[in-house]
Ligand binder design. Structure first.
Ligand SMILES: O=C(O)CCC(=O)C(=O)O
Length: 276
């Protein structure tokens, strides 16, 4: 049920699954929450950033919740990257996946029928040495067509010092790129690496204040360096797709209808978990 922590064995199989991996532009005339200029920027660059969702007080509460959750997970043998598909385990994360303000942004990108199917904390502890190598999200996922957008919610302030994400604008237009399995010494949190990524353009830093979001296409080349600072850098990725996307390998089980409907009933639509 994990979204990014699928095994290498499955990864070999995933490239055998026929998938339609091309970018589907959003319609700027359908914008309600985002401006049409923002949608145009998303279509052009493959991302937008800096949208405030939560007030300082709200994000402080969310951070306190996450601190306690992380302590529980560390105590039971997990690590700061292992809280994945969290919305099917923890009610508070289900609430974030369903948050009306976040979902309103997502509807402007994906249309009225939206499935929330992924939630994974990428929590870089100070000096933990882990990077996220250049990759395309869609490459990991048994889903087609590639109509998924990731909302990255800053739980902590994120900047180049504590290894914020980096995007290479426009790379969502290249379809599925060639990758290799990551080398051990890369210390990659995930396991795919697109080689020579910077030949595709200059990376931009995705600086965010806590409580703000960025949104990126599942085909955009992105990653992040190791956190060499004394400050933690935690972000919650919330993954959404259009309801007409089909999931394989049982991934339909984690999809929640967060807006509109799922006309063909493909997604399991699990209820809010009782435990927070
Ligand atoms: O948080 C990070 O540094 C990487 C996150 C990521 O790769 C993703 O959102 O797909």
């Amino acid at each position: 049920m994990d979204d990014n922590t699928i095994t290498r064995y499955e990864d070999v199989e995933i490239d055998d699954i026929p998938r339609n991996l091309r970018f589907y532009p959003s319609d700027p005339s359908q914008a309600h929450t985002l401006s049409s200029e923002r949608i145009e920027a998303y279509n052009r660059d493959g991302y937008i950033k800096g949208m405030r969702i939560f007030s300082g007080e709200e994000i402080n509460n969310i951070r306190s919740y996450f601190d306690a959750l992380l302590a529980r997970v560390l105590e039971s043998g997990g690590d700061s990257y292992s809280i994945s598909t969290a919305h099917v385990h923890y009610g508070r994360v289900w609430d974030l996946l369903n948050d009306e303000r976040i979902v309103a942004h997502v509807k402007d990108i994906l249309g009225p029928d939206v499935i929330g199917w992924g939630s994974h904390f990428f929590c870089k502890m100070p000096h933990d040495g882990k990077r996220v190598s250049w990759h395309q999200d869609a490459s990991y996922w048994p889903m087609s067509p590639s109509k998924t957008v990731t909302v990255w919610l800053a739980i902590d302030d994120a900047d180049p010092q504590n290894a914020c994400m980096r995007f290479i604008p426009g790379t969502h237009q290249h379809g599925h790129m060639t990758y290799h399995l990551s080398e051990e010494d890369e210390n990659n949190v995930l396991f795919q690496t697109v080689p020579n990524a910077e030949e595709y353009g200059d990376p931009v830093d995705v600086e965010l204040n806590a409580g703000e979001i960025s949104m990126h296409s599942d085909l955009l080349l992105h990653g992040s360096e190791a956190n060499r600072s004394d400050r933690r850098r935690c972000g919650l990725t919330l993954r959404y797709c259009a309801a007409d996307v089909r999931a394989m390998q049982g991934w339909h089980l984690k999809g929640v209808v967060v807006a509109g409907s799922d006309p063909e009933g493909h997604w399991s639509n699990p209820a809010r978990p009782e435990q927070d």
